[in-house]
Design a protein around this ligand. Structure first.
Ligand code: NIG
Ligand code: FE
Length: 397
């Protein structure tokens, strides 16, 4: 047996493998056995020696005592826009002085991204991946959408595919300036040559369905083209105001509809009656001063909720999942347990992944050791860097 790791001394282990009365599958005084990059066993520390023997891991096992700390699954960030050039600090500064956010700012990042070399974009992305790991994120999605030309979108998708399997084609982010006055031509490009060029690198298709971006009819058309090309949908919807995003996501059987800041009762009921995950992105409300989405209302209706960072230079230039958890608890009515679940298992649901977001036997061994005795501290001690050790596939990063 090679590569076996036994973490012992875990004060509180969140496995996200539900048990009666405990949907987050918490074990106190726990241990985890990792063999060949997967969770082989998780349970009470008192049973650890038996587990090591049962998995024939005795000879090779490295034992690490985490000394009374909490362990959780690595965060699964199901919504980021991490391949881009430049930043928009000036726009953020103006917004904090009262200028409202509009989607038009996206075009500035498009210009900066087009001007960036491939090496610059790759290096920037590598920096973001290191930043994610440092903060406990061990699986993540990356969208295209800041180039909006055929070759450029393919370049962004290819670069994203170098760092994650979860690449989303977002050619329908905004209509680029060169197509102002001919939306139809841009839509035809997105649904035809651009989709063809991006498809080999992508797993999902996304549309920014919002006033100032794409209409419901346009959104439907892009979703249909994606479906025909084998790319299921995940959508941006109901971010800046009430609209059709949620309805279209449910109609299309999308994996997720993201933002969900402005929801009617019908939207909530439609989500509750579907398998679509509501991915909430409170970093956006933080940095646009919009009201936070009402997670409590969604949870009480029975909707599956995920939390993600939406890391992008316009509306949420943060990759911190602990910040999302703290905001969700303080501002959105979630309990700490719900928020940690949403940032781990919820993100995995939004990506239709069963190998991450939990620590049941067979899961990829993506774990975070917190410098705290319980996961509650993620919300209780906001802004404090509590992520101590991060393992991806059983290897420390
Ligand atoms: O998720 N909503 C669309 N896209 C981004 C914002 C992009 C930008 O402003 O650059 C978002 O908030
Ligand atoms: Fe986004």
């Amino acid at each position: 047996m090679t590569d076996a790791l036994l973490l012992t001394g875990i004060a509180e282990l969140t496995t996200n493998t539900p048990r009666p009365g405990d949907p987050t599958g918490t074990i106190t005084r726990a241990a985890v056995l990792v063999v060949d990059g997967r969770v082989a066993w998780a349970g009470p520390g008192a049973d650890a020696h038996g587990a090591v023997a049962a998995h024939d891991a005795g000879a090779a096992v490295v034992v690490e005592d985490v000394d009374g700390r909490a362990v959780i699954p690595g965060f699964v960030d199901a919504h980021t826009h991490l391949v881009f050039g430049g930043d928009r600090a000036d726009e953020f500064e103006a917004r904090m002085a009262g200028t409202p956010y509009t989607a038009g700012g996206i075009r500035r990042t498009v210009a900066a991204t087009r001007a960036a070399t491939e090496d610059e974009l790759r290096a920037r992305l590598a920096g973001f991946v290191a930043e994610l790991h440092r903060q406990g994120t061990t699986a993540f999605e990356v969208k295209t959408g800041y180039d909006l030309t055929v070759e450029g979108e393919a370049r962004l998708a290819r670069l994203a595919a170098e760092v994650t399997a979860e690449v989303t084609f977002l050619g329908a982010h905004v209509v680029p300036s060169e197509f102002t006055g001919d939306r139809g031509a841009y839509l035809a490009l997105v649904c035809g040559p651009m989709l063809d060029a991006v498809r080999p690198h992508a797993r999902w298709i996304d549309v920014f369905c919002e006033e100032g971006a794409f209409t419901p009819e346009e959104t439907r058309r892009v979703i249909a083209a994606g479906a025909a090309a084998g790319l299921p949908a995940r959508l941006h919807g109901n971010q800046l105001g009430y609209g059709a995003g949620v309805r279209l996501a449910v109609e299309a059987g999308a994996a997720s509809v993201d933002h969900c800041t402005y929801l009617s009762d019908d939207d909530v009921a439609a989500l509750a009656g579907s398998d679509v995950v509501a991915t909430l992105l409170p970093g956006v409300e933080f940095s646009t001063r919009h009201p936070y989405p009402d997670a409590r209302r969604l949870l009480d209706a029975g909707v599956t909720v995920a939390l993600a960072s939406d890391c992008n230079p316009g509306t949420s230039f943060t990759s911190s999942m602990p910040l999302m958890i703290a905001l969700a608890v303080r501002e959105m009515g979630m309990t700490p347990a719900e928020a940690v679940w949403a940032a781990t298992a919820g993100g995995a649901r939004a990506l239709r992944r069963t190998d991450v977001g939990h620590l049941g036997a067979g899961a990829r061994a993506d774990l975070v050791v917190l410098d705290a005795p319980t996961r509650v501290h993620l919300a209780y001690r906001p802004g404090v860097p509590l992520v101590r050790d991060v393992f991806v596939g059983g290897a420390r990063v």
